[in-house]
Design a protein around this ligand. Structure first.
Ligand SMILES: Cc1ncc(COP(=O)(O)O)c(C=O)c1O
Length: 304
């Protein structure tokens, strides 16, 4: 790997200068929370646009607050550090940015009350995450964590063991991605993305009370559907067999972007190919990530 710069505790340094203690509580107990942010490269303009930077740092600080972690930086400062970091790395390609707030190594127990919180931000090039244009998915036998167990809305690193187990199960069974049900049997989300179904003219997605991470892309998909496509959007609980009976199913997320699901548990969804609603949402979505749509240009921060 060529030289990579990271943000560590207030400074941009060479990645090789950062070492995290084997005693860190992030390593020992998963006491950390994180974000995943994309910056979109515009080849024509030779410009990199960090996407919804503020929204991600607002969510990171909210997650940290819930986990009793704190940082000496404001949202605006974190946005500025990130732009500086991208510049320093001189990325000229679509990039993924990963800020992590974590507990240090001050004491041995799994405690959240010590004042040894740290932050690191690293980034790397990222193209398509899904690996496929259309996904075949399965409902996992692993249930989604509950807000009163390990709140998924905090993007706590520890919660991603739940995601990894579901992903492993469905990958071993030959599927592309998993769908979680909640402990009460409602459709929740994927291991790292939110879910939408389209049925009888309505776009439907599970509500925050079904233990989802309230995705920033989910919010944008709802806005595009309502305001740009004039659709009815409903947040309500969904049951498993509604997935099979849907005209369309698709995922949304920073890494996953907007990606259609064409099979669930071996049942063909709709025509078995990307549906019209998903296609139209993708068209608006991919038309706005590099500042070309004036209505959404404020979501895109130019780096250079
Ligand atoms: C569990 C989970 N759900 C949903 C999402 C999608 O959220 P966003 O659109 O903010 O990336 C993510 C990704 O961050 C995630 O990890």
């Amino acid at each position: 790997m060529s030289e990579s710069y990271v943000f560590y505790q207030g400074n941009i340094v060479n990645e090789s200068e950062v070492s995290i203690s084997i005693r860190s509580k992030a390593f020992n107990y998963g006491l950390a929370c994180f974000e995943g942010i994309r910056a979109y490269w515009d080849e024509k303009e030779q410009q990199l646009f960090a996407f919804r930077l503020r929204d991600h740092y607002v969510r990171l600080l909210q997650s940290a607050k819930t986990l009793n972690m704190s940082l000496p930086y404001t949202v605006d400062e974190l946005c500025d550090f990130t732009v500086e970091l991208l510049k320093k790395n001189n990325f000229k390609t679509t990039t993924y940015i990963r800020p992590i707030v974590y507990k240090g190594a001050d004491s041995i127990g799994p405690t959240l009350f010590d004042n040894d919180d740290r932050i690191v931000i690293y980034c790397n090039p990222m193209g398509k995450y899904a690996g496929k244009e259309e996904l075949s998915v399965a409902v996992s036998s692993w249930r989604r964590l509950d807000d009163n167990m390990l709140p998924p809305r905090t993007k706590a690193t520890a919660a991603y063991l739940n995601s990894a187990l579901a992903s492993l199960e469905v990958a071993q069974n030959g599927y592309d991605e998993a769908i979680f049900l909640t402990s009460t049997g409602h459709v929740c989300e994927g291991p790292g993305e939110n879910i939408f179904i389209y049925k009888k003219g309505k776009l439907i997605t599970p509500p925050p009370s079904d233990n989802i991470l309230e995705g920033i892309t989910r919010e944008l998909v709802m806005q595009i559907a309502k305001e740009d496509l004039g659709m009815e959007v409903v947040e309500r609980s969904i049951v498993r067999t509604e997935l099979y009976a849907s005209d369309e199913v698709f995922f949304s997320g920073t890494a996953m972007e907007v990606t259609p699901v064409v099979k669930v548990d071996n049942r063909i969804i709709g025509t078995g190919h990307q549906g019209e609603v998903c296609r139209k949402i993708k068209e608006v979505f991919f038309g706005l990530t590099t500042g070309k749509n004036p209505k959404y240009a404020h979501f895109c921060t130019p780096v250079y």
